[in-house]
Design a protein around this ligand. Sequence first.
Ligand SMILES: [Zn+2]
Length: 113
Amino acid sequence: MLTYYHSVPDIPTFIHSRRGNQLILLAGYKYSVQSSKYCDTPIFIHSRRGNQLILLAGYKYSLKTRNNCGNNTFKMRWRCSTHNARGCRATLLTVDDNIVRYNQKHNHDPVVK
Ligand SMILES: [Zn+2]
């Protein structure tokens, strides 16, 4: 289920606009940070079972897929850890340790206070 990609993935380039906003260039597309609310740094952790997790803005994400893009670059898709329990559809996309895309439409409050 790789609906996001149509071609060989590129490595993202982080740039700043003239106004100082952070932008990401990826595969010929430009992404802007929508809200400072989501600018928290993702924290990569491991669960007690050894699964990789991300903590971000009080929400927890579990790893869904991991694609090797070559050059030791990994593109990883994450989904909210409550996906199974509550049907939450929030997702993250990271390349290396950087978030390049997110859908923060949680149907519940943050799980980590
Ligand atoms: Zn959620």
